[in-house]
Design a protein around this ligand. Structure first.
Ligand SMILES: *Cc1c(COP(=O)(O)O)cnc(C)c1O
Length: 426
């Protein structure tokens, strides 16, 4: 096969192999997860609608049911939908199912680490609904729950969202629920980032408190790119409403129809199969060991940054990521991201709370350990990486320095193979 696309795939494989991946939302999946994604399952969707081929459908139904069952087991959920194409689609389906256009929603401030799909003015969620935000305190970098309660009372949201893309601390789901109950709101936890750490019991469990949970499957959960929706036990009729015939209005049915036909057409059956493989992997004891190492590595890096005089927002991390304010080092997020990239160390520039720079420049970087831990890096490598990153900050305009460092990076990473390899040659 001589299609240039396959050359580009190989080029991307080499990039992944040689570099240090510190983007907090990235991870490396197993060969089995990749294998399922490259399978024949999508062909099922080409079936002739005039002549429904029941046999073909039965197979993918079985795949999907296995994905649902494994996901429910993994999180102790009573309900799961595995069809959302992505985390943003999962949120969209929930909003569509639970809200009317114009309804107030209360989410985590985007400039403090929240996600676009929680009410950003550039996202459908900020255009169709009326978004309000809570944030962190400037001194502590932590969410003040009394202020969340004040915002909820003031704006009477129909939906409160907890969850973020760049918050290094755990969430008080019980307190969020008390606030939601007080104002009669539904509570959604978007656990896209920490899902793998929650599944293994390493962080607080939203399932007991939040009416609805959404997540991606590709961040700490270490599956294919995709989204999921879940509900805990006894949440299927949060309003206590009944139909005209007296039967309870089921939240699960409303959520399912929010996904299809509300948001999407046909499901991505190969991705659902791949999700099922990833859920089975996450149910293994080794996945909890992985999660522990992710958290340990992040703690080591955060401490090392602080020892070198960097400001880490909230003074450290409780999960897989940290947010670093670079203002005391006289470099902005954009320049740092570019210079680190030249040494094959990949991070995101990121707004820090109360940032004085524009979103295109930013004053910070976000660093995560999910991907490097999947390759087997440990404490010593993490300390080495922080030293290298600090040296890049100091030599960010020295091209020779950066390209020499790139060789050191490559040499270190050669000892840590990628767990899975993209499609092998036929
Ligand atoms: C990454 C992320 C999403 C979006 O996931 P996609 O699969 O990229 O759509 C949604 N919410 C949060 C909090 C995220 O971090």
């Amino acid at each position: 096969m001589s299609d240039i696309i396959f050359d580009l795939i190989e080029k991307e494989y080499q990039r992944q192999l040689n570099g240090i991946e510190l983007i907090a939302s990235e991870n490396f999946v197993s060969q089995d997860v990749l294998r399922a994604m490259g399978s024949c399952l999508p062909i099922n969707m080409l079936k002739d609608t005039r002549r429904q081929d029941i046999t073909v459908c039965e197979v993918v139904d079985e795949v999907e049911q296995l994905a649902i069952d494994r996901l429910k087991e993994l999180f102790g959920a009573a309900f799961a939908n595995v069809q959302p194409h992505s985390g943003a689609q999962a949120n969209a389906a929930v909003f569509l199912a639970c809200l009317q256009p114009g309804d107030a929603i209360l989410g985590f401030d985007l400039s403090h680490g929240g996600h676009l799909s929680h009410g950003s003015p550039v996202n459908y969620s900020g255009k169709v609904y009326t978004p309000y935000f809570y944030g962190v305190e400037e001194e502590t970098g932590l969410i003040d729950m009394d202020k969340v309660a004040e915002k909820a009372r003031a704006h009477q949201p129909k939906l409160i969202i907890c969850g973020a893309s760049a918050y290094a601390r755990d969430w008080d789901y019980a307190r969020f629920r008390a606030i939601a109950d007080e104002v009669g709101a539904l509570l959604l936890a978007d656990i896209a980032h920490p899902a793998g750490l929650i599944a293994t019991g390493l962080l607080n469990d939203p399932m007991q408190h939040c009416h609805i949970i959404t997540s991606t499957t590709h961040k700490t959960l270490r599956g294919p790119r995709g989204g999921i929706i879940m509900m805990g036990q006894n949440f299927d009729n949060p309003w206590g409403r009944v139909t005209s015939k007296g039967s309870p209005i089921k939240m699960s049915a409303i959520l399912n129809s929010g996904v299809f036909p509300g948001m999407q057409g046909g499901p991505l059956e190969h991705v659902i199969a791949s999700k099922a493989v990833a859920f089975a992997e996450a149910l293994q004891p080794s996945f909890k060991e992985y999660g522990k190492k992710v958290i340990e590595n992040a703690a080591v890096m955060a401490q090392a940054f602080m020892d070198m005089g960097y400001k880490v927002i909230s003074g450290g991390t409780s999960n897989h990521l940290m947010l670093i304010d670079l203002r005391s080092k006289n470099i902005n997020g954009k320049l740092a991201e570019e210079a680190l990239g030249k040494a094959d160390i990949t991070v995101n520039k990121n707004m820090v709370p109360f940032d004085t720079a524009s979103p295109m420049v930013t004053s910070g970087i976000r660093v995560g350990t999910a991907a490097i831990t999947s390759r087997g890096l440990g404490k010593n490598e993490c300390l080495q990486i922080v030293e290298w990153m600090d040296s890049v900050v100091r030599h960010h305009d020295d091209e020779t320095y950066l390209s020499n460092l790139k060789q050191d990076v490559k040499q270190m990473m050669a000892a840590f193979p990628l767990p899975g390899r993209a499609t092998v040659e036929a």
